[in-house]
Design a binder for this molecule. Structure first.
Ligand SMILES: [Zn+2]
Length: 289
């Protein structure tokens, strides 16, 4: 799955290459790619044609393109393998091209949604009431992400303490904080020397603030690595191979030495996924007797 930094790079690419352009024609090549659109494929095409895209927005891993002068947005679901590409119009179709958007200008490029497994797609949604950022109504419940300047840190710390859950579950809880996936959760916990099963209620305010700082640092580091890719005429997210070439300290490092203390890193099954941690730096919580 693409994580927040990958989605942010796609957002920047869309901002640069698609904002202000008016849709001349839309082609839906696979019905699955518009299955989240309430009115179906023909309705998606009819409602999008003639509209002008505003500046792409993001919250957590959700990405949307507002339509200028309308309370409507195109929500992009990248799923496992979805890509949004801005391609020269004469470029051959990708094998898994699902949706094509042509523009009225003569810039010579078009927007393409390509998805091998078609778990992702595009859909049109109305703007949530009283949302200054124009959040689509279907994602109105998603909390702000840690890179959002309006992320409410004091409320987050309080909510975390009050929640009867464990740390990694809380990090992945999109109603508390959005955009933190499995990889960045493991990385931030390793940096903060905190075990993933630690009850959130035992976290002091300074420790919780420290963890949040680490979450932001791992994301910003990934953004810096990926930041070079949006300079080209290619907006790309690919769950398999398109991940930024980032150096990871915890995720995927089972049996390799901890970069801090040398102890072999461990992997444990966790909610149908895995958790990677250093058994020495990240001590498991003591169970109540
Ligand atoms: Zn260690």
């Amino acid at each position: 799955m693409p994580e927040l930094p990958e989605v942010e790079v796609v957002r920047r690419g869309l901002e640069r290459w698609v904002a202000g352009r008016t849709v001349a024609a839309v082609e839906v090549l696979h019905p699955r790619a518009v299955r989240r659109h309430p009115g179906g494929g023909a309705d998606f095409v009819a409602r999008l044609t003639g509209q002008t895209f505003g500046v792409a927005m993001r919250r957590g891993k959700y990405l949307w393109l507002p339509l200028e002068g309308r309370d409507l947005s195109v929500l992009g679901h990248l799923g496992m393998s979805g890509q949004l590409l801005v391609q020269p119009t004469e470029a051959p179709d990708e094998k898994h091209l699902r949706i094509r958007v042509r523009f009225t200008d003569d810039a010579g490029t078009e927007l393409r949604f390509v998805d091998q497994r078609t778990f992702g797609g595009l859909s049109l949604h109305e703007t949530a009431p009283e949302s200054p950022e124009g959040l689509p109504d279907v994602i109105a419940h998603i909390a702000r992400d840690p890179l959002d300047p309006l992320f409410d840190e004091p409320s987050y710390h309080l909510a975390l303490r009050a929640k009867r859950t464990t740390l990694k579950r809380a990090l992945l809880d999109q109603s508390l904080i959005s955009g933190v996936g499995n990889i960045y959760a493991d990385e931030a916990l390793w940096r903060a020397r905190l075990h993933y099963e630690r009850p959130t209620a035992t976290l002091t305010r300074p420790r919780s603030a420290e963890l949040l700082t680490h979450v932001r640092e791992v994301m910003n580091a990934a953004l810096q690595v990926g930041g070079t890719s949006f300079d080209s005429l290619y907006v790309n997210v690919n769950g398999e191979s398109g991940y930024f070439d980032r150096s990871l300290d915890a995720y995927g490092r089972e049996d390799e030495p901890c970069r801090r203390c040398g102890t072999p890193m461990r992997r444990r099954p966790w909610m149908n996924r895995s958790s990677y941690f250093c058994p020495r730096c990240q001590r498991p919580p003591r169970l109540p007797s």
